[in-house]
Design a binder for this molecule. Structure first.
Ligand code: PA5
Length: 461
């Protein structure tokens, strides 16, 4: 069972009308496809784009499963410390592949999973209060092995763990980091901690199918073979030389043309699925950090990735989508078969107006809302596409993850930027080091403290 992409309403003159990709431009994109594909393949062949090959790395998957098996039944909680690409994929997979509301159930057949992706003390302290270190496994994830947010959490949880379990703290920590760089790798080596490697040629936001996502997945019992199989399938389709049969290339080209030629600068991923809701956050980071860049000509470029969740956001954002500016491209994710579907019961006397709901299922209602909203936005002249997902399972999720990553890589080729760096986040990081008094960043501290960005004339006190 595979995903399908219908982009009829992305194309100008389609059912949504005049806001859309000019068919001629799409033909030009098809003509350029061989060149873009060969550039990507070249980068892959030269070993720069390791994410393409993660679905084939069955030995890493086996190592994650083996470790999970070795600690099976020992822990009530898994606490993942990580941020950005070291957290969002795991959160999205947990929402998609664990049982709904998994963490609120007790007792549980699998541990609860807490992904601590912020340094807000209310989150970090909150996790510390609910996850007793004695029954918790801490997975610290940082590709660079030095990210301040993750390191500060690590210091806190490490101290709590040592206080709670003494010398056996080592059995409660598993490290996922680069093979060489950063502070975590030598720490793991010195203390003989269990550790996994984030491959050097896999960037943070492209790392969900490495031990970054696979290890929590193994511990949580997600179907990893299916996940990787789906990803491999998605990858193979996304490398097709036939543009019209290549979902990632078509999706990327349409988004690029909508942004650069049609004034449609926002991309809204709109899953009609509670399970897929966190794919939105994962995708936002993927697109934003990869494509929001200064290009070789010094132009600031990049689409604005955004998200909505059906049916929830029908009662929040759809008003804007339907009647606000037509500067957004929507991609609906429609789930064809909702597992665990529920029947809406017969209406009691006095609620006859609800008869139309009785006997239908919640899945039917959600699906009707998805179709209806797509139609409503089409009628409102908004460009949109539809990805049909047979069912939310590991295979389809793996395929979608890979489509998105490959589409983003194509986006880099189309915009002419490096989709795999993130120079724009450096300035804030360095300024934080200065403010926090990290040795070597003294000048930055004086610069930040001396810089005036507030004028008393423009303050409301
Ligand atoms: O995609 C990226 O590279 C970033 O979002 C990183 O994942 C994020 O900054 C965390 O970095 P690290 O894993 O090195 O702690």
């Amino acid at each position: 069972m595979v995903l399908t992409l219908d982009y009829t309403c992305f194309v100008r003159g389609g059912p949504q009308g005049e806001v859309g990709v000019d068919p001629e431009h799409l033909e030009q994109a098809a003509d350029q496809h061989a060149e873009k594909l060969s550039s990507l393949k070249g980068k892959r062949d030269s070993g720069q784009l390791g994410f393409f090959d993660l679905p084939d790395d069955r030995s890493t998957m086996a190592a994650c499963l083996e470790y999970a098996e070795s600690v099976s039944g020992r822990f009530e909680n898994i606490v993942v410390m990580g941020i950005g690409g070291s957290a969002l994929g795991t959160q999205a997979l947990h929402a998609a592949l664990s049982r709904p509301l998994h963490d609120s159930r007790l007792p549980n057949d699998r541990p609860r999973l807490f992904v601590v992706d912020n340094v807000d003390p209310s989150l970090v302290g909150g996790v510390l209060r609910v996850a007793n270190p004695e029954t918790t496994l801490f997975n610290v994830i940082s590709k660079s092995g030095s990210t301040a947010e993750t390191m500060s959490q690590f210091l806190l949880f490490l101290e709590a763990l040592k206080a709670a379990v003494g010398d056996s703290w080592r059995d409660h920590i598993v490290v996922t980091t680069d093979a060489q760089q950063g502070f975590l790798r030598p720490f793991a080596d010195v203390h003989a901690l269990k550790s996994f490697v984030v491959p050097d040629n896999v960037g943070g936001r492209f790392s969900v199918l490495s031990p970054v996502g696979l290890l929590p997945g193994a511990l949580m019992g997600w179907n990893l073979p299916q996940l990787l199989e789906g990803a491999a399938h998605g990858r193979n389709r996304s490398l097709s030389g036939d543009f019209a049969q290549n979902p990632a290339a078509v999706w990327a080209a349409c988004h690029h043309l909508l942004d650069t030629r049609c004034g449609v600068h926002s991309q809204v991923l709109f899953p009609y699925s509670h399970r897929l809701r966190l794919m939105v956050d994962w995708n936002v980071q993927l697109v934003a950090e990869s494509l929001g860049k200064v290009d070789a000509q010094g132009r600031r470029i990049g689409p604005f990735p955004h998200g909505a969740v059906g049916a929830t956001d029908q009662h929040s954002q759809v008003q804007l989508f339907a009647q606000g500016p037509r500067d957004k491209a929507f991609t609906f994710l429609r789930v064809l078969n909702h597992k665990d579907d529920l029947l809406i019961p017969d209406h009691p006397q006095g609620l006859d107006e609800l008869a139309y709901l009785s006997g239908k299922t919640f899945g039917q209602l959600l699906d009707a809302e998805c179709r209806a909203t797509q139609l409503a936005l089409t009628d409102a002249g908004c460009p949109n596409a539809l990805i049909s997902v047979p069912e939310v399972d590991a295979h389809s999720v793996g395929e979608f993850l890979m489509w998105s990553m490959v589409a983003t890589a194509y986006g880099g080729e189309l915009y002419g930027v490096d989709a795999f760096d993130q120079p724009g986040v450096e300035a804030g990081k360095v300024a934080t080091y200065g403010l926090m008094g990290r040795p070597g960043f003294e000048q930055e501290r004086s610069r930040v403290e001396g810089r005036k960005i507030s004028d008393p004339n423009y303050r409301v006190i």
